[in-house]
Design a protein around this ligand. Sequence first.
Ligand SMILES: [Zn+2]
Length: 197
Amino acid sequence: MLGPDFENIVRLLSRMPGIGSRSARRIVLHMLDNKDNMMLPLAESLQKAAIDIQNCQDCHTLDTSSPCHICAAMTRDRSLLCIVENVADLWALERTGSYKGLYHVLGGTLSALDGVSPDDLHIPHLITRLDELQTQELIIALNATVEGQTTAHYITDCVKGRDIKITRLARGVPIGSALDYLDDNTLVTALDSRSAM
Ligand SMILES: [Zn+2]
């Protein structure tokens, strides 16, 4: 018998995106076979990361410091603010190296089905930041899903009346795709040929 700890690790791992209970079991077995160079270092790193990594007080991305290194960098163009759904999408845009403005991570998209309302996302904080930063262009880089587009329209309505140019990624982005899965060239093209909303 492997005991309750084994089952507990399997249960927790199988809640991770893309991992079913069979993969979770395989992962735990692999770790048990490699305790010294896998399981123990992983446990230590997980504990450290849980303490050290936090959400940025300004853009809500994850970093070891708050404000994060992007918000703190004086070399970034502070007149540009790009809205993304999650941290993985921010990383996808950063990977291209072609965007030099600031970000705002919403933490999801509006969904009546899943009960996600504007207050569950960082939309009220977004409005405060737009005024504080005196943003000139707001780039909506939300995924081309129904929820992404509903959220984009909601934000556009909230921002109405302010002297801010609102743009979105070009329609070359495949419908329903997540930014994180796009290749860098497609993403750079979508960013460069963004259009007014
Ligand atoms: Zn930040």
